[in-house]
Design a protein around this ligand. Structure first.
Ligand SMILES: [Zn+2]
Length: 85
């Protein structure tokens, strides 16, 4: 059973998502509002899940990329030493 919009009373079967900035004393985050498709009343808001996923992937992958680059440099160094023999 689908719920009704509290403003326009239409049955809501999908929501419209919009990107918004969430400003707090600790910083700004990418957020999303979820609106009624009939009257655009905001029915909910929260952290943008896609922006959150992208931020987590970026923060966790950066150290791994740096470590892979260090390992590649070490392998190239060893390979050049072996080539001299
Ligand atoms: Zn509505």
């Amino acid at each position: 059973m689908n719920g009704k919009c509290p403003k326009c009373n239409n049955i809501v079967t999908k929501l419209q998502g919009h990107t918004v900035n969430i400003v707090s004393p600790n910083g700004t985050w990418v957020g999303a509002t979820f609106s009624c498709p009939h009257c655009s009343a905001v029915l909910g808001a929260g952290i943008d899940p896609i922006a959150l996923k992208d931020a987590v992937v970026s923060e966790t992958s950066a150290p791994l990329v740096a470590e892979i680059q260090n390992l590649q440099a070490a392998v190239q160094h060893l390979a050049s030493q072996l080539a001299r023999r």
